[in-house]
Design a protein around this ligand. Structure first.
Ligand SMILES: Nc1ncnc2c1ncn2[C@@H]1O[C@H](COP(=O)(O)OP(=O)(O)OP(=O)(O)O)[C@@H](O)[C@H]1O
Ligand SMILES: [Mg+2]
Length: 256
């Protein structure tokens, strides 16, 4: 395993929340792995606010990497991230606070994508929050070099229609086994089974609607038993196991 890139096709279905939830449960599902959540949302609507309160300087994260001019080794990348737990198994690399900061970041995205295999070899999987597809400063290398690209969607007609189109286009350019989907249940009219059929995926894990836990993730207030046992975190565990399986299938397919 190494590079998973989460994105949306339209709206704000919950990419950031889902990426943070997956990052939190990752060491529980994959006990021998660390993970780094990278905020690569060039629209600037990503992870920074709550994690600034948690002690990350506004100029840290990917901006600090850009200033360093050389992204460097896996450990150097992790040094620019903030550890979310005392065991240092969960890290977040914060992103932009405004889209104007995105223009010079192309080389940083390329270097991060190139570094993902060595991070993986150092037991660190990378979970990217790419935000919405189609931005003019889109971090293309994090799409093209992802082991699994994960389209996050809601169950409204607009969300499903846009996701179906995006998944088709991505399959055309990347191959079917590298594109997965996660459904954030938002009370829309279609069932997960119907949406999975439209997307032509065998499994469509559902992320529960859980406002309390979603807010705790946004505010970096990820402590306590209530959080760990919340519906959102339980759903994220299943989704994390599914993502592991997508990569296992991919590798098996590549070997056979
Ligand atoms: N599983 C969930 N349960 C409850 N609320 C959620 C869930 N996921 C996201 N939300 C809420 O929906 C709103 C949008 O979520 P989020 O910021 O994660 O979406 P996004 O797709 O990253 O949006 P953007 O494209 O603006 O970055 C937030 O208020 C968040 O708290
Ligand atoms: Mg977001």
């Amino acid at each position: 395993m190494s590079l998973f890139t989460l994105c949306s096709a339209t709206g704000a279905p919950g990419v950031t929340t889902t990426a943070l939830a997956l990052g939190w449960v990752w060491p529980l599902v994959h006990p021998d792995r660390r993970n780094l959540v990278v905020d690569a949302d060039v629209s600037g609507s990503g992870i920074l606010p709550g994690y600034t309160q948690a002690g990350v300087p506004a100029g840290g994260g990917v901006l600090a990497l850009a200033a360093a001019r050389r992204v460097g080794t896996a450990e150097e990348i992790v040094e620019h991230a903030v550890a979310l737990d005392p065991d240092a198994r969960r890290f977040v690399l914060t992103g932009l606070s405004a889209t104007a900061q995105a223009r010079p970041l192309g080389p940083v995205w390329q270097s991060l994508a190139d570094a993902a295999p060595s991070l993986g070899a150092a037991s660190t999987d990378v979970l990217v929050d790419l935000g919405r597809l189609g931005h003019r400063y889109e971090p293309t290398p994090l799409i093209e070099q992802a082991d699994t690209l994960v389209v996050v969607l809601g169950s409204t007609l607009a969300s499903v229609t846009a996701a179906v189109e995006a998944v088709r286009a991505l399959r055309g350019s990347r191959g079917p086994s590298q594109t997965a989907a996660l459904l954030v249940s938002d009370g829309g009219p279609y069932s997960a089974r119907e949406i999975a059929a439209e997307l032509e995926v065998d499994r469509l894990p559902v992320i529960e609607t859980d406002r309390w836990a979603a807010r705790a993730l946004a505010e970096a207030a990820t402590t306590g038993w209530r959080f760990d046992r919340s519906p959102l975190l339980r759903a994220a565990r299943e989704a994390a196991a599914h993502l592991r399986d997508t990569v296992a299938t991919l590798r098996t397919g590549a070997l056979s």
